[in-house]
Write a protein that binds this ligand. Sequence first.
Ligand code: ZN
Length: 454
Amino acid sequence: MSDVVQVLTDELGAAAIVSAERLRERATSYWNAAPTEAKCLVRPGSTAELASIMRICHAHGQTVVAQGGKTGIVEGAVSTAADVIVSLERMNELESVDTSDGVAVIQAGAVLQTVQEHVAGEGFLFPVDFGARGSCTIGGAVATNAGGINVLRYGMMRNVVLGLEAVLADGTVISSMNQMLKNNTGYDLKQLFIGSEGTLGIVTRVVVRLFPMPVSRDTVMFACESFAAVTRQLGLLKVGLAGTLSAFEVMWESFYSSVTAAGGPPAPLERGYPYYVIAEAEGADPGADAERFQRLLEEGMESGDIVDAVLPKSEAERRSVWNVREEFDGALPAYLYDVSLPIRNMETYVARLGERLLAWREDASCEVFGHIADGNLHIFVKPYDDGGHHETSDGIVYGCLDGLDGSISAEHGIGIDKRPWLGLSRSADELNLMRELKRLLDPQNLLNPGKVIN
Ligand code: ZN
């Protein structure tokens, strides 16, 4: 047992430590079955315990990787045999829900879905939502500034966090647990940690905004013949639904056909249309909301923009519509991408990408889907050669953004995976300032080393 592991065991007790040997029985991440490598995993039971862990690691020059649900796809939480892993799985309580202010205080290890269900019991919506809800943690979602399917109405994690507490590399606890929507008292320190992917501090507790739980929900899947028709429908639904549109997911034919092929979820609409949309609105008046929703869809059909549609009549039918978007394991393996760009440039981008992939190799293809109202496209590039052509494929996917005002990462972050390409989306001066911040907060480069920036 290495020196630092012994000191951590003496300080916290053996029950708080998972040995290197036992860690190797666990997968690296949801996406990577290789064994987890680390000196050990430590499970603090409180912020004070995490602070003492960090003080010990700081004194030993020991690198630390914080892990949540390990569902991220940019290798942002991957450890090496030289690292100590910190998991906040024991700090998973929902400490309080203030129903008058609509504010909850949550420990970082709480699972997103558990939080959503708990606050729903109090009549509130926790709006950040995505496919990994059942395993990702609040701390991980904050550290990566997670997005997902409701961003168009409620924003990303950054937009719902009011305050947080984080432990720095040297064990200092920064408690910035603001509970108000308004608090203009100097630099907004919480934003340093949101989206920093565990490189500037480890988030331990979070204050989040809650929203009134909608009482009506209307969902539709419809098909369009052109991207112009898709964007017209987005505009009409945004205005016509008076801000209650909460999701607008677009699937290109390539993705839809691939996911609903043998073994995948059944296709709610027949295959072969160029575009499929799942739109969802949440409101406060079930009867009137459903009527308005259906009227807008009828207008879309009359104008010819919507060529086919299915309206789920039950939660089971709604689930089967959403499964097409969320249960995409049948379309894997593929290289997964997440880029953003303005809607006006999306068609150009996807066409350019298809051409350049084909020019690269004849059997290359892309399957596209995304939250287009957020400017966010997800792309599966095939064939998947188990890492063989990753760099070439990266170069094509990111290179096609050139001149289209895009970003190499919409919501997945940078991690290790996108680090070589960060310069395409950030200026030299921005990168320098990021490095200065890293040096200031973590001069020994102990926190999640090698992620985001060098
Ligand atoms: Zn997404």
